[in-house]
Write a protein that binds this ligand. Structure first.
Ligand code: ATP
Ligand code: MG
Length: 424
């Protein structure tokens, strides 16, 4: 127990964390260009927020939440997703009073009690965006464009953007009646969960992954064919805006996002490379959620994007992320006095902005050079009595093998290193 992380969790070690930094930096940069500001919310919230904000009939609330009572007797839940906390913060800080739309992004850990498998963890991470205040379909298209642009910049191939409309409360209640009528004599052929869904949230039956349910729903009527005029126009506009940006998409009337408060646009971006857990990004519009969470009637739209699944897709497509070289210079030493000088010099070099390293293990010169090799240091320098007395040493470019005499001064050393680094 003591030396094993809990089931469904994984550590990210320095040898792979650079991939995380790379995708995080890229995501931040793109969000900033699209005019989104970062929102950081706590790792846990009052349980009620998710019950309301995700919805009582969803899988997340019914069986996946990490809920516990804290020492003060409050019911607390670890964030299973990123939207509800952002909505809560939006309402709490009265951000709805500012000029709209309000555009946010987040990078957050999420916790769901699920059966772990490839691409499905109990502690995982999401990128996400949320926009509040805009009813127009251009916003939906912009949100989809962020994800698409992000994937394109990463060089991902074979991703499919699937869009649908799940209507609004008005046309959905009409449609639910139709759907229930269609399913009424097929209930024995549906799974147990879908039998409950039949009463609470029939639309979700279309999304069921059970084989027996899939057979039944082959020829169900779709929401998309039963939209009211307003929802229909909105969907047509969404498609037109996607076309303006040259974003390819397919219309998939089977997309029914898991969350309760979705209205109109629902979309997924699916990778064909990571098997059954192929949905890398999912999102949609939620026109009732802000109000449901205690705010004014104001629409929102956003997506959540699984970082572990994203990195899996990158790996499966053989997309390499360059591992950054952290060590610009390794300063080796011969003798105790040189060891102290090297230690001081390395600190000064670090303060000057270079990645610098020296020996901490009392190694022989040969072993120090081997270690510096392992670090992949760009330059090495050996300090002995002679170098210290003369105030100069030889700086060796490890790639070209060229050695340059240099004064033992930070600026002189930095100048040579930056010349090479800058030309890269
Ligand atoms: P799934 O269909 O895989 O259950 P979901 O509909 O539950 O996904 P969302 O709640 O929309 O997923 O979350 C957005 C994204 O977060 C997903 O598209 C996926 O990339 C990622 N994700 C969701 N659950 C997990 C998990 N348990 N482990 C890793 N990533 C996950
Ligand atoms: Mg799920």
């Amino acid at each position: 127990m003591l030396t094993k992380a809990p089931r469904g969790t994984r550590d990210v070690l320095p040898e792979e964390v650079y991939k995380w930094h790379f995708v995080e930096d890229m995501f931040r940069q793109i969000c900033h260009r699209f005019g989104y500001g970062e929102m950081r919310t706590p790792a846990f919230e009052h349980t009620e927020l998710f019950q309301r904000g995700v919805g009582e009939t969803t899988d997340i609330v019914q069986k996946e939440m990490y809920t516990f009572e804290d020492r003060g007797g409050r019911s607390i839940t670890l964030k299973p997703e990123g939207t509800a906390p952002v909505v809560r913060a939006f309402v709490e800080h009265k951000l709805y009073a500012e000029a709209q739309p309000s555009k946010y992004y987040y990078i957050t850990p999420c916790f769901r009690y699920e059966r772990p498998q490839s691409g499905r963890l109990r502690a995982f991470h999401q990128f996400g965006v949320e926009v509040f205040g805009s009813y127009g379909a251009s916003t939906d298209a912009e949100v989809i464009a962020i994800a698409v642009h992000f994937f394109n910049r990463l060089g991902l191939k074979g991703l499919e953007v699937r869009v649908n409309s799940v209507g609004c409360p008005k046309c959905r209640s009409e449609y639910n009646r139709k759907l229930k009528e269609f399913l009424s004599d097929k209930l024995p052929d549906l799974c147990k969960t879908c039998n409950t869904r039949y009463e609470t949230n029939p639309l979700r039956i279309i999304d069921c992954k059970e084989e027996k349910c899939r057979n039944v729903i082959n020829d169900v009527p779709f929401m998309l064919d039963n939209l009211c005029g307003e929802c229909k126009t909105h969907f047509e506009e969404l498609k037109a805006y996607l076309e303006i940006m040259g974003i390819e998409y397919t219309v998939d009337p089977r997309i029914v996002r898991g969350l309760d408060y979705y209205t109109k646009t629902a979309f997924e971006i699916v990778s064909r490379d990571i098997g059954s857990q192929g949905t890398v990004c999912g999102g949609g519009r939620y026109e009732g959620l802000v109000e449901e969470c205690g705010g004014p009637a104001m629409p929102g739209i956003g997506f959540g994007l699984g970082i572990e699944r994203l990195i899996l897709t990158l790996e499966n497509q053989g997309i390499g992320v360059e591992k950054p070289v952290g060590t610009d210079i390794y300063v080796a030493n011969v003798g105790e006095r040189a060891g102290k000088t090297a230690f001081g010099l390395v600190y000064d070099l670090r303060k000057a902005g270079l990645g610098a390293e020296c020996d901490h293990m009392n190694r022989s010169l040969k072993a120090q050079m081997k270690y510096s090799d392992k670090l992949g240091a760009r330059f090495t320098m050996v300090l002995g009595e002679e170098e210290i007395q003369e105030g100069t040493a030889r700086l060796k470019n490890m790639q070209s093998g060229v050695e340059t005499p240099v004064k033992l001064e930070v600026e002189a050393i930095k100048a040579i290193i930056m010349q090479i680094k800058g030309s890269k």
